[in-house]
Design a protein around this ligand. Sequence first.
Ligand code: SF4
Ligand code: F3S
Length: 107
Amino acid sequence: MAFIVTENCIRCKYTDCVEVCPVDCFYEGPNFLVINPDECIDCALCEPECPAEAIFSEDEVPENQKEFIELNADLAEVWPNISEKKDAMEDAEKWDGVEGKLKYLEQ
Ligand code: SF4
Ligand code: F3S
């Protein structure tokens, strides 16, 4: 089991999550972050830190977000590691809560 970053992170990328992860298992793309499920130790520390409420335990990922389970695993293999907080994306507040952001995912 692992924790999963889901759609509402896209175009927000607040990065508060990376600060608390004891095993540094976050990986960063242009406008989204993912968790490497093989490295995540399921500690749950990151979940309440995300201002966009984008992080879920794998068994609690909403039905319409299930594809993010595979996306986290796949993108963690190709994106670089991130272990320190940085500025959120420009317009993060504007995009927080917007539905259907998967189409904006940049790889
Ligand atoms: Fe890191 Fe823990 Fe979150 Fe997994 S659950 S990504 S180990 S902070
Ligand atoms: Fe994304 Fe939330 Fe982390 S918006 S970068 S999962 S704090």
